[in-house]
Design a protein around this ligand. Structure first.
Ligand SMILES: [Cu+2]
Length: 125
């Protein structure tokens, strides 16, 4: 796990270093730092159900499930993960294209399972 994390950090740094031009743009100085979004999964919703990230910057979604192995699935980005309770599950990615990306629970979790979903908004960088 630690090796994977270091590998990912090295990759993020390798991507960030050539973009020194961005450092001249104030807030964009953090272009290589991940945007960490904490999400809680619980029958039958994600909290927050909607959140916003910035295009072109790494995103880390940190999930905690309170009650069930929910399934996070964002079809348009081909992202998915099982979310077992009791552990933090992380998904790392970068989205270059601004827009709205819906997500849902794809592990049947009960009578309102079909309502369990949300939306990630990607704002222009
Ligand atoms: Cu669910």
């Amino acid at each position: 796990m630690a090796t994977t994390r270091r590998g990912w950090l090295a990759g993020a740094l390798a991507l960030a270093l050539p973009s020194t031009a961005l450092l001249c743009r104030g807030a964009a100085a953090q272009a290589g730092e991940p945007q960490v979004i904490k999400l809680v999964a619980q029958r039958f919703h994600y909290t927050p159900a909607e959140f916003t990230v910035t295009a072109g910057r790494p995103v880390v979604l940190e999930f905690t499930s309170l009650d069930f192995v929910h399934g996070f699935h964002m079809p348009d980005l081909k992202l998915r993960a099982d979310l077992p309770p009791g552990v933090v599950t992380r998904l790392r990615f970068t989205v270059d294209k601004p827009g709205a990306y819906d997500f849902l629970c794809d592990n049947f979790c009960g009578d309102k399972h079909e309502e369990m979903g949300g939306r990630m908004v990607v704002a222009p960088g």
